[in-house]
Design a binder for this molecule. Sequence first.
Ligand code: GLU
Length: 443
Amino acid sequence: MEKQQVVTRFAPSPTGKFQLGNARTALFNYLFARHNNGRFLLRIEDTDRARSSDEYVKDISESLLWLGLTWDNRNNEHYQSKRLAEYQKIAHKLVTLGHAYEQEGAIFFKVNSSGKEEETITFTDLIHGKVATKLAHIEDFVILKSDNYPTFHLAVVVDDNDMGVTHVIRGDDHLSNTPKHILLYRALGWPMPHWGHLPLILNKDKTKMSKRKDPVSVRDDFMRKGYLPEALVNYLALLGWNPKTNEEFFRLDELVKIFNLKNSQKSNAVFDIEKLQHFNSHYLRKIPLAQIANTVAPTIKEKLHLKEIDNTYLQKVCALSVERAKTMADLSEEIDYFFLSPKLNYDDIVFRSSTLEKTILGLTNALKKLEALSKKNWETTAELRKCLDSAVNTGGLGNGDVFWPVRYALSGAINSPKPEELLYVLGKDESLRRIRVVLDLLQ
Ligand code: GLU
C-alpha cells in the first residue's frame, strides 16, 4: 500500500498575541511535516466570536512568516467561522445516529449516558506513549451550543478529518481533550489521526508563563526586541526535543533534515532567556556587517538625530559592538560616542589608583606617540596597542595612568571597548582631538 502523505496543521485561536508556546507548536508541526515531505496547514480557530480579532490573525501570520514557517494553504487558510453549516450538519448527524441528544437548544455528545461507562479509551501518544482514560471520567459534553456555534471539540474533529490531517501535534494542555475527540471519530466512523502532545514551556521557577509578566509575545518580546528568527527557531526546537548529538546550532533547513518526534521529551520544558541570547549572539555574528549596519542605521540616526551615517564607519562600529551584543537592539545601545563628542564627567578622568599628575603625563605621552604614528599604522589595533604600551613605559607609569584616561577621553564611558579598538574605529584625527580636549580640561 502506498504510504499516506503526512499532513499536519497549526490551529491557533486568534484571541490573543501569538506566543512562544504557539511558535513551538507551529515549529514542531512544520518540522514533522517537512521532514516527511508532507503538508503543513494553517487553520484559524475563530469560533469564539467575542474574543477573536483580525489583528490577532495578522499577528499569527506575520510571526509565522518571520520565523520562516510557511504553510501550504497560504492565501487559502482554513477559517472555522466560515464553516458553521458543516459543523451543524455533523452535530445533527450524530443525533440521528443516536450518539448525541438535544437539550435546552444545545446538542450534547453521549459519554456517561451511553451505557459504556466501564470502558477505557486508550491511545498511543507519539510523545507520551500509552494514555488510558476511563469513560466514567468523561461527562456528556456539548458539541453544538444553543447559538448554533460548535464547541472546540466538534470543530477540531470535523476540520482535522476534512483537511486530511494525519498527525495532530499540539500542546499538553489538550491531552485531556483527546479522549473526547477519539469518541467523536469513532461515532462518525472516520479514520483516526495520530496524536502527539508537546510538553508545556514554563518559567525557570516552574510556574506557567504569563502574558502579563513574562516575555511571551513573539512579535513584541522577541521580533521587536532585536532577536533573530534563526535563534528563536533553534532554541525552541531544543525546548522539548533532543537532537542526540553534541551540536547545538541548527538552522531551520537543518532541523527539517534531522527532526523526529521520537526524541521529544515528555516533561515540561523551561524557558531560559540567557540560553536564547546565547543562540542569538551566535547568529548575530554570522550576519554580514554591511547588513547589520543597514539594519541598525535607521534606529541610530533617529536616536542621535543624525542626518547621515557613513556606512563604512558604521560597519566598523558594529564590528566592535557585535562581539558583546546579545541582540540587534544592543547594537544601538552605548554607541553614542562614536557619533557625538563624548559627555565627560571630570571626576571620572583620573583612574582610582592614579593621580592628576600621572594622568596628565600619561595622556601627554600617549598623545605624542600617537601623533607620531603614521595613518597606515593606525590601521591595526596591534600597532595602536604597542604605542599605548610605550606611553606607559616612558616615565614609569602604570597601565591605569594611560589606558583608562585614553579610553575615557575617547568614549566618556566607564565601560567601553579597549582603547586601541576605540582609536582604530574613531581614526587618527578624531582620537587626537578628543585626547587634547581632556588634556585641556585637566591643565
Ligand atoms: N485552537 C487550539 C488552541 O489554540 C488548538 C487546537 C488543536 O491544536 O487541536 O489551543
